[in-house]
Write a protein of this length. Structure first.
Length: 752
């Protein structure tokens, strides 16, 4: 209770500070804005944006502190700044700040509409199509039933409305169709934002909710197309409806097949060949805009195109994390508060002062909520969900938000809705949207997590902190030697499980030690080391739930080796694999390895093959030993080992080298620490269904312990996490140097 009171007081202080700040801004700009009169003004436009951002941010902060999504604060900010509060208290100033002049409204509406597209783009990027496919049946049944039941309720209600609420009583069917659509369609923008803000987006049920809302949106806009044709021509235009339905199916089908490949190529091309800043972001915005225009051309709302663009961009195998970071800040800081604030501005709660309209509005809200809940609940049960899941689904699908405002605005402009009925629908949209978060939170708290879902979320939580899951692009510097082929094989095994694209730089194009560049034909490059990972990928992919095929690109060197590596690295790579015929020098690594490593400012994977791995680099077995000590670099090595073992039958042993005192039992803290470190590695492997044996050695020198353990237990590959040390030569410390010198088996150094 103390925590609740504290958060409530903090929320109250945030709200009070926010309202005071808003009031001061209004007082400071009131006289200047009033002097502008009814003209469109740049000052008014900037003031509107600043007020929406400030009010949305402060009230959103207050909502977060009491357990509500921030988007509710942004909606509430719009309500307060609109005619419901600000307009009722100070109408002249409210009209000066938010004038009804069409030119002025168009300026901020344009920002809002573009914000809708960006919000859907971000939502699409976070949508896991593989998970959506798993819950596809439930999403389809929920969307169909979730539209049909409330739509029928709305149409029935339209037939019994008093004539005083109808703009044209002789066209009651038109009003009934608009009312049915208004009651049936959910707001994908608000539903997705609330689910994401509640940190429920990755849950299976969260994906069903968002997927169902997308399908409902598509169905709803198809119904709007039918209704608009009826309003314009007095009859249903079957050709227009058929064009929308067939066009949508073709658009989605093409996007999820050839479109995915096209989007990936465009992103890679912009990243690799443009030198100007944020070229990839520009490309993404162009893709989003183009796909939005396509859906608009086929008679479906542009939000569908933006969402599908986000899905394809999110599935792009490169730069998704970088793109997400750059886009999210701009969208959440600017476009979301403007968009949701304007949704609140569109409502006028003063109409509820009329007793008859208030009662009718309450009835409309009740019918809309019950109809939507019943339809979604029925669809969930038909889709195989349990009772509590279907209940939560019904609660989650009840948010209408700005979609209702858009539908109501269309109906008002077409003469299908009266002004009072329009206001009632807007009030219904606000109430259902505000009620949705607490209802959904209440329902979700009672939804038990399935075992498979728990395991998936646990794996995603581990991956969020891991090294390998963040790899989006690999670079290989290898030659045609057995060690180069073995390096390509290991890189292929790492890439195969996640569909990570790879670029190969064949080092054989260098003629001599002075790195003189040879003009190598494309055919020679194609037959080079890229062939090894390409073949290896097919063998290492699991039979079920395979990722997308790995894209392998071969680039012939067009400059000295170190310069070519540095130039290629500018295109964005997360890990460089290095494997050459000659890896050892007089005092450590060969000087060519030193130059290659120095040219790449990022994690390295240095492979030194030996024994059977050089005799048969493509088929020889893998028995891996991973020294661990609790550091981040040793855990990276363990992740690489687990990833390799997922593609082939390979055993892994995690070795902890303890001090002699800990081995003899004189330090209980040391024993607990070593157990925790080894348990962490075992847990990491268990998440992916792999087994890891553990061992503890107590020796004076850790390098001697590692080499002795490898010899004694028959391991043929040591994967060791290391850190680069300063200097002209590549050096990973004394322990790694000792292992490099004395180990008679293959080595893989994973360097930070």
């Amino acid at each position: 209770m103390t925590a609740i009171r504290t958060s409530t007081r903090r929320a109250g202080r945030s709200a009070g500070i926010g309202l005071a700040a808003i009031a001061l801004m209004l007082l400071a700009t009131g006289s200047a804005l009033a002097a502008e009169g009814g003209k469109g003004s740049e000052a008014v436009f900037i003031t509107e944006l600043v007020l929406l951002m400030v009010a949305g941010r402060l009230l959103g902060e207050g909502m977060l502190r009491i357990g509500q999504p921030a988007v509710m604060g942004q909606l509430l900010a719009g309500v307060i700044l609109g005619p419901s509060v600000f307009g009722a208290l100070w109408p002249d100033l409210q009209h000066a700040v938010f004038p009804s002049v069409q030119a002025q409204k168009s300026m901020v509406d344009a920002i809002s509409q573009f914000g809708i597209l960006l919000l859907l783009l971000l939502t699409g990027m976070e949508t896991d199509l593989k998970l959506v496919r798993k819950v596809g049946a439930a999403a389809v049944t929920v969307s169909l039933a979730g539209v049909a039941v409330p739509f029928c309720c709305g149409v029935a209600l339209g037939w019994f409305l008093p004539d005083s609420l109808l703009p044209r009583p002789d066209q009651r069917l038109l009003t009934a169709l608009f009312l049915g659509t208004a009651l049936s369609i959910s707001s994908i923008k608000i539903v997705a934002s609330i689910v994401r803000d509640m940190n429920f987006f990755r849950r299976d049920l969260g994906q069903i909710i968002v997927s169902s809302a997308i399908l409902e949106d598509t169905i709803g806009w198809t119904i709007i197309a039918i209704t608009l044709s009826l309003a314009q021509a007095g009859h249903v235009d079957l050709a227009s409806v058929a064009r929308s339905v067939i066009g949508t199916a073709i658009f989605i089908g093409f996007s999820l097949t050839a479109g995915r490949r096209i989007v990936t190529l465009l992103i890679r091309w912009a990243n690799d060949y443009f030198e100007s800043e944020f070229a990839v972001i520009t490309t993404i915005l162009v893709i989003m805009g183009g796909m939005a225009l396509v859906t608009d051309a086929i008679g479906v709302n542009t939000v569908l195109g933006a969402f599908v663009a986000g899905v394809l961009i999110g599935e792009s195998p490169i730069l998704t994390r970088h793109i997400d970071e750059q886009l999210r800040g701009l969208i959440t800081a600017f476009f979301m508060p403007v968009f949701f604030g304007l949704a609140g501005l569109s409502s006028d709660m003063t109409i509820l002062g009329n007793r008859e309209i208030l009662l009718l509005s309450l009835g409309l809200i009740a019918i809309a909520s019950v109809g939507k809940f019943a339809g979604a609940f029925l669809g969930g049960k038909l889709g195989g969900l349990r009772g509590r899941e279907a209940f939560a689904l019904g609660c989650g699908m009840n948010a209408r938000g700005s979609t209702e405002v858009i539908v109501a605005t269309i109906g008002l402009s077409m003469g299908a809705l009266s002004q009072n009925l329009f206001s009632m629908i807007v009030a219904m949209a606000i109430c259902t949207t505000m009620a949705m978060p607490p209802m959904l939170r209440f329902a979700l708290a009672r939804v038990p997590m399935r075992r498979a879902e728990r395991e998936r979320l646990e794996r995603e939580e581990v991956e969020a902190k891991g090294f390998v899951p963040k790899l989006e692009r690999l670079l290989l510097a290898v030659d045609h030697s057995p060690n180069g082929k073995f390096t390509a094989r290991l890189a292929g095994l790492v890439a195969a499980q996640r569909g990570i694209p790879m670029t190969v730089l064949p080092l054989d194009t260098v003629e001599d030690e002075k790195t003189k560049v040879a003009k190598t034909k494309d055919k020679q490059a194609d037959e080079g080391p890229a062939k090894v990972p390409a073949e290896n990928l097919k063998k290492s992919q699991p039979k079920e739930d395979r990722p997308d095929p790995v894209d392998v690109i071969v680039r012939a060197l067009d400059a000295p080796t170190d310069e070519a590596i540095a130039k290629e690295a500018e295109r964005g790579y997360d890990l460089l694999f290095v494997g050459m015929d000659t890896m050892r020098g007089r005092e450590g690594f060969h000087r060519e390895v030193d130059r290659i490593a120095a040219a790449f400012d990022g994690p390295l994977a240095i492979v030194v093959g030996a024994g059977d791995h050089l005799k048969d680099p493509e088929e020889s077995g893998l028995e891996m030993l991973v020294p661990v000590n609790g550091t981040d670099v040793s855990r990276r090595a363990a992740e690489i080992a687990v990833e390799i073992s997922r593609g082939v039958e390979a055993e892994i042993t995690a070795l902890y080298v303890a001090s002699r005192n800990a081995r003899q039992g004189s330090s209980s803290r040391a024993r607990r620490q070593q157990k925790a470190i080894l348990d962490d590695i075992k847990h990491l492997a268990d998440i992916y269904g792999r087994d890891v044996a553990t061992a503890v050695r107590a020796d004076v020198a850790p390098d001697m312990a590692v080499v002795a353990a490898a010899k004694r237990n028959g391991h043929n590959l040591i994967i060791m996490g290391v850190s680069r040390r300063p200097g002209d030569q590549l050096f990973f410390g004394d322990t790694a140097a000792g292992v490099f010198k004395d180990a008679p088996i293959s080595l893989l150094f994973v360097a930070s």
